[in-house]
Design a protein around this ligand. Sequence first.
Ligand code: 5GP
Length: 191
Amino acid sequence: MLMDQEKKGKLFVISGPSGVGKGTLVNLLKIKHPEIILSVSATTRKPRPGEINRQHYFFVKKETFLDRVEKGKFLEWAEFAGNCYGTDTAFVEENLNQGKDVILEIDVKGALQVKEKMNTAILIFIEPPSMEELKSRLFKRKTESEEEIQKRLAIVQSELNQKNKFDYIIINKYLSPAYSELEKVIYGNDE
Ligand code: 5GP
C-alpha cells in the first residue's frame, strides 16, 4: 500500500467559455478550501486594472512566452482571443507529486491538451444557461472592450461543441447550486 506522502494528488481542469463564471467558482473554492492549489498561468495579455503579476497571472512578453514553448516548459498552452496562455509543467507536477490536488482554470483547447497528456486529469466544463445570459455577463463585468468581447463571443459555439469530451458538465445558471456541484465533483460527498 502507498504511504500517504507517496500518493499523487489529482488534477482538476475547469474550463468553459469566457464570462461563464469559472473565475468566480474557482475563487469560492479557494476561500472554502484554502489548501487547494491553483496553478497561476503565464500570459502575454496585458494586466487589467487590479490584476497583480504572479498572483493572477505571470504577465510576460511574447518572446519570453515563445521561448518557454520552445523549451517545452508548458503542460499545455493556447492562443485565446489574440493572446497566449500557458500552464507551467513543473509547478503542476511538483504539487501532484507531493500529494496535493491542483486546479487549472484554462480554455477549452488547453483542457483537451491536458487530457491527452495526462488521462487521469478530471475535466470539468462550465456551461452557460444560454448565449443571451453569457453575453449579458460579459458586458456587465466591464473588464473587456466591446471588440474584445466580440472576439470572445465568436469562439463560444466552437467551445460548446467540445463539451462532451469533458468528464463533467456543470450548468452555471445560479452560483450556489453550480458551486455545490463543483465541490461534489472535487471532494465527493464528504462535505
Ligand atoms: P482571461 O483573459 O479572461 O483572463 O482568460 C481568457 C481565457 O484563457 C479564459 O478562458 C481562461 O480560462 C483561459 N486561460 C487562462 N490561463 C490559461 C492557460 O494557462 N492555458 C490556457 N489554455 N488557457 C488559459
